[in-house]
Design a protein around this ligand. Sequence first.
Ligand code: SF4
Ligand code: SF4
Length: 167
Amino acid sequence: MRPVIWDDDEERVSDVRQAAQPCFQCGVCAASCPVFRVAPEFNPRIAVDEIVQTGTVAVTGREWYCAYCLMCEQRCPMGVALCEILVAIKNLSARDGKVPPSIVEMMDVIRFTGKVSHPSKGTTRRRRELGLPELPEVDAAEVQKLLEVTGAIDRLTRYREAECEPQ
Ligand code: SF4
Ligand code: SF4
């Protein structure tokens, strides 16, 4: 897939570049990344290096592989905010319409229920055994309002329309 290079959104790209700047390419992030182990085409070290070297953000669609587990960021000796960098890349990717269908589905679920998933009975029982508090109820209407004011629903509608367009 041909990457889309973002260099017109100066503020966003400059924030991402600044966050990536301390990287000295040690590779600890890639070595810690559970996704890289099974999908080596996604490499957080290379994603950071491309930004530092070119001053642009290349959106390939692979950024969505990141599971936001935080392992890379916790282990980076330079304190590079890798997860935030990947979220910024995902945001640019979303603007480019590269959101995977599974993420669009997830947005739909959040829109109508206020959460990504319901905790299983096993999870609820385990939480009780550990003495953790009950999970709070979510007000789906409030979540929907947030999605409206941030423009997420508009975007979701556009993704849905694009899915229905003949290829
Ligand atoms: S762990 Fe940090 S310093 Fe090392 S390659 Fe990754 S981002 Fe760069
Ligand atoms: S946050 Fe993303 S890039 Fe970092 S280790 Fe987890 S999956 Fe890999």
